[in-house]
Design a protein. Structure first.
Length: 457
């Protein structure tokens, strides 16, 4: 049996969730724009308002909105020691005041109910919130998602539901997330930087570079925390991120640093063929000079591991030759005999069946026809030209070695057509489809590459 208050609470939760689930059937997600309005934010604790909707509040202020934030708890950290609790509250309150100034909030209300125990005071909170609704008369209210994974957040949401009845208030409600992922049906594009309007199409700008870096960093945080199944990246302009002072050569190097992955490799996927690269972003001369048996052996081992992680349980792998006709037994170059074949033999001596070196003018054709699951390309353009010429729009880049899933388009920023409406979304769509497909292997990705990251290997 449930008490009257518990039955009331459960009924409100069910009503809230039924309405929310109905709303989420309106897919795709609706993209909302911020308009001038009277806005109220219900925050269980100091900081929930900025974590949950700080960027939106900045936009509201720029649109001329009047914003009121109601802090429900005393934000003391639910500590038993009153001295420690007072110290925590003082620090958090000082931080809140800094946020209040930064967001230019018009008013702040502190209800000061005991942190960690809001569920015991739901009715009293509801009555105070009803008073606030009558006084401020908001047109839009931001409140916690009613099943957010924190009891104070749940209590605040359900107290608000009661308050709307007590006050007879009707308006727009947007439920936000802090501790757990909700089922969204509305999105507000807050941009990454407040002055995003200053970004121009088709130009290298440090502002755009900062926005790109911030987006990458946030996506990694969410993926590492398990809030997303992976990352799908659009192209970034390397000059733009370099103009910010970044020294990373591109996405991959940045993602490796952010996830502390000991290594990364690029895996192109076109149809069911995976293409790996022994060398990447370097001059062709340096790439050729880099090829030795150790490089080939390491590339093969990582390629075989990646194929197994991404669902090829008995991978068939080939290595492309460097020289025309595979070197013609040394007449067109000795790299195959001196370096590539010994690298392959080291791996095959342990029971693998890696083929090659096979001339590059035929190995990719054989792979596309189903002869191999994967091919090790020796330098950047060798694999890029083959895959993109065959199917530019369906070729997707997957970064292996990270403890999270990352897929990407296989092309650059195309500044010459940026903002003209001429760019095709086909490759981006392919990257999303690949992300959805490979997300089924997230447990393998985390187990294999996450373990390597922890060991620092």
């Amino acid at each position: 049996m449930q008490s009257t208050s518990n039955r009331w609470r459960s009924a409100l939760a069910r009503r809230f969730l039924v309405a929310l689930r109905r709303a989420t059937h309106r897919l795709p997600v609706q993209l909302e724009t911020v308009r001038r309005a009277r806005v109220m934010v219900l925050a269980p604790h100091f900081d929930d308002e900025s974590i949950a909707c700080g960027g939106t509040l900045l936009l509201h202020k720029s649109a001329g909105s009047e914003v009121c934030v109601v802090f429900v708890s005393d934000s003391s950290g639910a500590l038993a020691d009153p001295v420690a609790a007072a110290q925590v509250r003082a620090v958090r309150r000082a931080e809140m005041q800094q946020v209040q100034a930064a967001l230019a909030l018009d008013s702040v209300v502190e209800l000061e109910f005991p942190d960690g125990s809001l569920v015991r005071h739901e009715r009293a909170i509801a009555e105070r919130l009803a008073e606030a609704l009558k006084i401020f008369r908001p047109e839009q209210v931001f409140c916690p998602f009613p099943v957010d994974a924190h009891a104070d957040h749940q209590a605040t949401a359900l107290a608000f539901a009661q308050a709307t009845e007590l006050a007879g208030w009707r308006g727009e409600v947007l439920a936000y997330e802090v501790w757990s992922t909700l089922w969204p049906n509305t999105a507000i594009d807050i941009g990454v930087v407040a002055d995003a309007d200053e970004v121009a199409f088709g130009k290298v700008q440090a502002l755009a570079g900062r926005a790109a870096i911030a987006s990458i960093e946030r996506s990694v945080v969410d993926a590492m925390a398990g809030r997303t199944a992976g990352i799908v990246t659009a192209p970034i302009n390397k000059e733009a991120i370099w103009s910010t002072g970044s020294t990373f050569l591109g996405h991959t190097e940045m993602l490796q640093d952010l996830t502390q992955a000991p290594f990364t490799d690029t895996m192109f996927v076109v149809r069911d063929l995976c293409v790996f690269f022994a060398t990447r972003h370097m001059s062709l001369l340096k790439a050729v000079q880099s090829i030795d048996a150790d490089l080939i052996e390491g590339s093969i081992r990582r390629a075989l591991l990646a194929l197994r992680v991404f669902g090829y349980d008995n991978p068939r792998l080939a290595v492309a030759a460097l020289n025309p006709h595979g070197g013609e037994n040394g007449h067109f170059g000795m790299e195959e005999i001196d370096e590539i074949i010994p690298g392959i033999q080291r791996v095959n001596a342990e029971g693998a069946t890696v083929a090659g070196p096979i001339p590059a003018d035929s190995v990719f054709h054989i792979g596309i026809q189903g002869g191999f699951d994967g091919i090790v390309s020796l330098y950047h353009d060798q694999g890029h030209i083959a895959t993109k010429t065959f199917d530019f729009d369906q070729t997707v880049s997957v970064t292996v070695g990270l403890p999270i899933l990352r897929t990407s388009v296989d092309h650059g920023t195309a500044f010459d057509i940026a903002g003209t409406g001429k760019a095709s979304p086909a490759t981006m769509e392919s990257a999303f489809r690949a992300g959805a497909k490979f997300s089924q292997f997230n447990d393998r990705i985390k187990a294999e590459y996450g373990q390597l990251a922890r060991l620092g290997k």
